[in-house]
Design a binder for this molecule. Sequence first.
Ligand code: DON
Length: 608
Amino acid sequence: MPGRHTPRLDEASAPKPPARRGPRGWRRPLLIAAIAAFGTPAGARNLEAPLPTAIAHAPAATRAMLEKSRPVTAQHAMVVSAQHLATLAGVQILKQGGNAIDAAVAVGYAEAVVHPCCGNLGGGGFMTIHLKDGRNLFLNFREKAPLKATPGMFQDAHGDVVPGRSTDSYLGVGVPGTVMGLDAALAKYGTMSLKQVMAPAIKLARDGYVLEQGDVDILDDSSGDFARHPNVAAIFLDHGKPFVAGQRLVQKDLAHTLELIADGGADAFYKGPIARAVVAASEARGGILSMQDFAGYTVQWEKPIECRYHGYTIISAPPPSSGGTTLCEILQIIQPYPFARWGYGSVQTVRHLAEAERRAFADRNTYLGDPAFVHNPIARLLSSEHAARLRATILPDRATPSSEIQGSLGAAEGNHTTHYSVIDRYGNAVSVTYTLNFLFGIRQIAGDTGFFLNDEMDDFTSKPGVANAAGLVQGTANEVQPGKRPLSSMTPTIVMKGGKPYLLTGSPGDATIISTTLQSILNVVDFGMNVQQAVNAPRMHQQWYPQAVWIEPGLLTPVSQRMLQAMGYTFKPVRAMGADEAILIDPATGIREGANDRRRPAGLAAGY
Ligand code: DON
């Protein structure tokens, strides 16, 4: 674990004491609400319906909150992201005639400007795509370990993990993938030029944008780190002090970097002045990045993971993300359980979810790694026989100690992120999760490039059996090797119904990403929630180690919690978990229902 407290976005943007207001008690312009709002046309799903009966077990305050949760609706197209200006950049591209891929690239670049903790040029991620012609695609633009990386690089001479080395230094930086990823998606399936889709991001960086309270809450948590580096402080502090809501954040260096990319494409980033600046900064600060690392970086089109659950098809992330595999393994285990009858937040639901997750995460942490380096036994992990075997080990009346669970196939072979969803008028759907890993990555910017660099190397196993900063205890399948991609939990997902996209979902939150994405699906499919309720509802998480079940406030009634404790369950309360920016498409009418997660107050669902 890192020696210092590394802020997670979940903590950073969770509800806080009364906020400091900007100079004029700034509020989001009504215009945005007007763009977002759209009356419910005849024939649409009844979004005014009373709460589904499956929510009867939830605490009263949670039921009251869910009662008020309604998605934004639009007839043709929808974008949902964690920052409203990025959402509007996507809507602008869609209205100009772009498709969902054009809009997704525009949002990706815009978030690098207006959601700099997480949206990025200096990180990497994954894109799950459903094309209107029926094809399902997956783009892997995950960072790679530098060629000089070694399995023991995060340990000292005694073999102990050095706190902070993988999170606070240039050794934590993987070769970024975002620019090549967005370029590859646009070149293959977009219809617009890079210049067109990057125009909103360049404008936001050059002219600046007005910060909301939700934006400054995220910046605030890292202001101490910004102050340590003059080139970062010059941009992200206001004369040495944290910005307040209502002030304008201008990023001229970033605008210049974006212009170089708009003019020169990915080569400008990987073979030109941008790579040179990053390598120079890395060399000056003890890093190992080289020009060869940048020139040799590649993205990869892969076949997405697919599985079935209660009549729906789940399309999600394959390795080097563990997301789709673990999501599908959990769904396979819980498939026969009557969750709809047990209800959301009930003792039975929560404990069966926790036990299924405990077992699937043990497999995740033991067997999965970059498939270019290790064999991932996906077919066996997702088989119904394996699910049945694991189900049979769930005890009828008490918690299973995590220490009694091992990766169950026998010997192994071998906060920060953001999610957004886009659907266009043609039926193309894009679900993207990308990240710098921690908030603002290593919280350093190379020279005058204007963008933060990731600390994705912490997602590798620093030492087998020792938890990384996300608390994941992993094995050798995910050890560091030159050119290898660290195992991820990012789970950009498209749930299909009758061959058409039904639910676009995904989240930040390290290993909790998988649980958040899972519960958004269960909330809709099993508990009958609308998509806004599904993303707003309090969540839980279990990841093998630690033994505890993580719970958000409002998931369990005190009575349910006591009953679970009597069965041996322990709980780790977390203030907030994940941020699911989801879209549901009503199969009957095609109406797009967008839901910005209440945990990202600066976010927005908007469409037309
Ligand atoms: O790829 C992963 O699984 C992590 N690097 C994601 C980090 C993350 O979600 C942090 N955010 N809250």
